[in-house]
Design a protein around this ligand. Structure first.
Ligand code: FAD
Length: 363
């Protein structure tokens, strides 16, 4: 599949139930066949798993379960897939404002990314920022969401649907909305929201992790990140390969999305350092945006800022990940696996591995 083929397919904005068997799998370029084939493909013999979250953990879990013949359905409150793999358009500009790049270390993720490279969904960006260390840093073909969109092809999902609470009873896990309507229900489920959001879903519902797990979950802290996005009209002061990483200073990462290869026009991403991000998180966004623009001046250089925006990530990443890639809660005959980057490492690959591990636990 070529890079531009998956782009328009992106997330499925319709709800469909039941896994598509290999014989009747979706024809990617013929949308008119999707509904018909979805209905006829459902088999009551397939185990169903519902998944909260269309980020890397949820998508990885869905693909693994599908590969083993499970029917899956993802529910996500976002309008698109990817979660913290987030790409935003400002006019013609395209900017990554969540994760900026990823590496591959383990066999499963490396193999998946090899397929994504073949499909044109991802590309190698560079082999290091200030120094070349030989390890490829990958980016999405059209921004980081390209990877999520590619993983999401053929995964049934409901987008733009917020789950208010999770309940476990009579052999079923239920994702329930604010209006008390059950959004999805199955004997098996995976939840991949950041842990503080996960705990709210449990507390509003009736999910009770055992004491040790509950204590670990409630002790998990996240760092926040404020992202300044700026469209500019001239070359910025950013070193090759169009990005700089810092351990000190006002920013942790600065990227020129044009030189990264995802934006047709000059557009910069600045990630504010963690202490500043936490301290200013709930302050007036206009003031914070203006302050960050001042701090970004040395890297913006002589260019004029045509437009700028502030994007906030309250749960950017876990400070200390939990010791296991997944945990399973069993109650009243139902099973709920917990996954996400807080379980297998605070990175794209960690999220992917955690989703994979959660799927294997439920098989
Ligand atoms: C600013 C920033 C920079 C980063 N930089 C990098 C980097 O350069 N390299 C790297 O490897 N990693 C980076 N990361 C980390 C990486 O993005 C994450 O580790 C990974 O994307 C997490 O995936 P996940 O599936 O665990 O969670 P998420 O992507 O957060 O997915 C969880 C999903 O659950 C959904 N959800 C939550 N609550 C509900 C609800 N109640 N109802 C319905 N849906 C719900 C959310 O909408 C979301 O889509 C960065 C993250 C941030 C924020």
């Amino acid at each position: 599949m070529k890079a531009d083929t998956f782009n328009h397919l992106s997330a499925r904005r319709w709800a469909c139930h039941g896994r598509l068997s290999p014989q009747v799998s979706l024809r990617r370029n013929r949308p008119e066949q999707r509904t018909l084939r979805t209905v006829e493909a459902y088999s009551p013999l397939m185990s169903k798993t519902i998944i909260l979250g269309a980020g890397l953990a949820g998508l990885s879990a869905a693909r693994q379960l599908q590969a083993h013949g499970h029917s899956v359905e993802i529910i996500d409150k976002g309008r698109g897939v990817g979660g913290r793999l987030a790409t935003r358009r400002i006019g013609e500009a395209r900017l990554d404002h969540g994760a900026q790049f990823f590496t591959t270390r383990g066999a499963v993720f490396t193999e998946t990314i090899a397929q994504a490279l073949d499909a044109g969904a991802v590309a190698e960006w560079c082999r290091g920022f200030a120094e070349q260390d030989g390890y490829p840093r990958y980016r999405g073909a059209h921004g980081m969401t390209s990877l999520a969109k590619w993983l999401a092809v053929d995964v049934p999902m409901k987008l733009g649907v917020e789950v208010d609470r999770i309940e476990m009873s009579k052999g079923q896990v239920s994702f329930v909305g604010k209006d008390d309507v059950t959004i999805a229900q199955a004997p098996l489920a995976i939840v991949t929201a950041p842990i503080p959001q996960m705990l709210n879903l449990f507390d509003r519902g009736n999910v009770q992790p055992d004491l040790d797990l509950d204590t670990m979950l409630r002790a998990t802290r996240y760092f926040a990140t404020l992202a300044l996005l700026a469209v500019v009209d001239g070359p910025p002061n950013i070193d090759e390969p169009g990005a700089m990483q810092f351990s000190n200073g006002p920013f942790t990462f600065i990227a020129d999305n044009e030189r990264k290869g995802i934006s047709p026009v000059r557009a910069l991403t600045f990630h504010a350092e963690h202490d500043y991000s936490l301290r200013r998180f709930d302050d007036d966004p206009e003031q914070v945006r203006a302050e960050l623009l001042e701090q970004a001046a040395p890297w913006i250089g002589d260019a004029t800022v045509l437009e700028s925006q502030l994007k906030k990530w309250r749960y950017a990443g876990p400070v200390t990940p939990l010791p296991k890639p997944t945990y399973v809660i069993e109650s009243d005959g139902a099973r709920l696996a917990l996954a996400g980057d807080a379980f297998a490492g605070p990175k794209v690959e960690g999220a992917f591995n955690s989703g994979h591990a959660a799927a294997l636990e439920l098989l």
